[in-house]
Design a protein around this ligand. Structure first.
Ligand code: UDP
Ligand code: MG
Length: 313
C-alpha cells in the first residue's frame, strides 16, 4: 500500500460466495468516488464455500487497496470485525456486511457525519427487509437493551457503521471476547450520532444466524454491558424472602393467639419458603460476584489467523 489510507472498510465474510462478486462490483467504485485513500479488509471467517478463492482473486486484482485475513475456523461476525480492527491503517473505519443488505452506496452518508465531527456514526434501517420474526425479535431485544443498559441506539442490528480511529483503538484495547461491537463503540464515543440507511433483502444465500446464534448474540449484548439480570434475580429473591417471612408471622400469630392448630403443616411450608428464599438470595449474591469476576477474567487467545493476504505498508 503506497500511502497511509484515510479510510478502512471492514467486511466479515462467512459463506458469501454468491454475494462477493456483486459486492466487489458495487463497493470499489463507491470508494474510488470518495476520492480518499482507502483499504478494504475482508475477514474470511472460516467459510466452507469458495469465498476465500474469490477474496484471493480480488486481492490479486486490487492488491493496492485489498487485504484479506483468513481465519482457520468460524469465530463469528464480531470476532471477524475485531481481527480487522486490530490491523486497520485508516483514520476512519467503516464496517459493512458482505450480503449487500446494507448498500455500499450509503457509505458516503456516514462519512459526511464523520466529517461533521462525530466520532461514532450508527445507522438504522429505513425500510427493514427481514422476515417478520427477525423484525419483531429485534424490536423486543431493542426494548430489553434500553431497560438494562445505558446504551442508546435506534437499531442495534444494523452493522453499517463508521468510527474514528481512537474509538476502534479503545475497542481493541478491551480485548473483549463475547462482545457486541456497536455497543462497545457507543460506550467509548463522546459525540455519537445516527443516520437512516436503505436496507435491502439479502442479495443471495440465507442468513448465517440461526435462532440459537441470535439468542447467544443478544445474551452477550445484555450480559456484556450490564449486571441487571443478576440484580433482578437478587431483588426477586428478596421479595420472596419478605413475602414468606410475612407468611411465617401470620401463621405464628394464628397459632399462638387464635389457637388454630390446623395450620401446622402450613407453618412448616412458611418456614421452608423462607429458608428457600434465603438460599436464593445467596445464589443471587454469588452470581453477582461470579458475574463481576467473569467480566475481568476473560483472557485467552480469541481467534487464529491462518494467513494474511496484504501488501506491506
Ligand atoms: N458473518 C461472519 N461470521 C459468522 C456469521 C456471519 O463473518 O459466523 C458475516 C456474514 O458473512 C455477513 C455478516 O456477518 O457479512 C452478517 O451476517 P448475516 O447476513 O448472516 O446476518 P443477518 O444479516 O442475518 O443478521
Ligand atoms: Mg445479512
Amino acid at each position: 500500500m503506497s500511502a497511509t489510507p484515510q479510510l478502512s472498510v471492514i467486511i466479515p465474510v462467512y459463506n458469501e460466495e454468491l454475494n462477493l462478486p456483486t459486492l466487489f462490483a458495487r463497493l470499489y467504485p463507491v470508494l474510488d468516488a470518495t476520492g480518499r485513500r482507502y483499504e478494504v479488509i475482508f475477514t474470511n471467517d472460516g467459510s466452507a464455500d469458495h469465498s476465500i478463492d474469490l477474496l484471493r482473486a480480488q486481492h490479486a486484482a486490487r492488491p493496492d487497496v485489498t487485504r484479506v485475513i483468513d481465519f482457520n475456523a468460524n469465530y463469528g461476525q464480531h470476532m471477524a470485525i475485531m481481527a480487522a480492527f486490530e490491523r486497520v491503517r485508516g483514520e476512519v473505519i467503516v464496517t459493512l456486511d458482505a450480503d449487500l443488505q446494507n448498500p455500499p452506496e450509503e457509505i458516503p452518508k456516514l462519512l459526511a457525519k464523520i466529517d461533521a465531527g462525530h466520532d461514532c456514526v450508527g445507522s438504522y434501517r429505513l425500510n427493514r427487509r427481514d422476515s417478520f420474526f427477525r423484525t419483531y425479535a429485534s424490536k423486543i431485544i431493542n426494548c430489553v437493551r434500553k431497560h438494562t443498559t445505558s446504551i442508546e441506539m435506534t437499531d442495534q442490528g444494523c452493522m453499517l457503521r463508521a468510527y474514528r480511529r481512537p474509538i476502534v483503538d479503545a475497542i481493541v484495547r478491551t480485548g473483549a471476547i463475547n462482545t457486541f461491537i456497536p455497543a462497545l463503540a457507543y460506550s467509548f464515543s463522546s459525540n455519537p450520532t445516527e443516520v437512516g440507511v436503505k436496507h435491502e433483502e439479502r442479495h443471495a444465500g440465507v442468513s448465517n444466524y440461526s435462532f440459537y446464534a441470535l439468542i447467544r448474540l443478544n445474551f452477550d449484548l445484555i450480559t456484556g454491558f450490564s449486571l441487571a439480570p443478576l440484580q433482578y434475580f437478587t431483588m426477586f429473591a428478596g421479595l420472596c424472602a419478605a413475602g414468606s417471612f410475612l407468611l411465617v408471622l401470620v401463621l405464628a400469630y394464628m397459632r399462638v393467639f387464635m389457637h388454630d392448630d390446623t395450620n401446622g403443616v402450613f407453618t412448616l411450608f412458611g418456614i421452608l419458603f423462607f429458608l428457600i428464599s434465603v438460599a436464593m438470595i445467596g445464589i443471587g449474591l454469588i452470581g453477582e460476584y461470579v458475574g463481576r469476576t467473569y467480566q475481568v477474567v476473560r483472557a485467552r487467545q480469541r481467534y487464529h489467523v491462518k494467513e494474511m493476504l496484504e501488501t506491506k505498508a
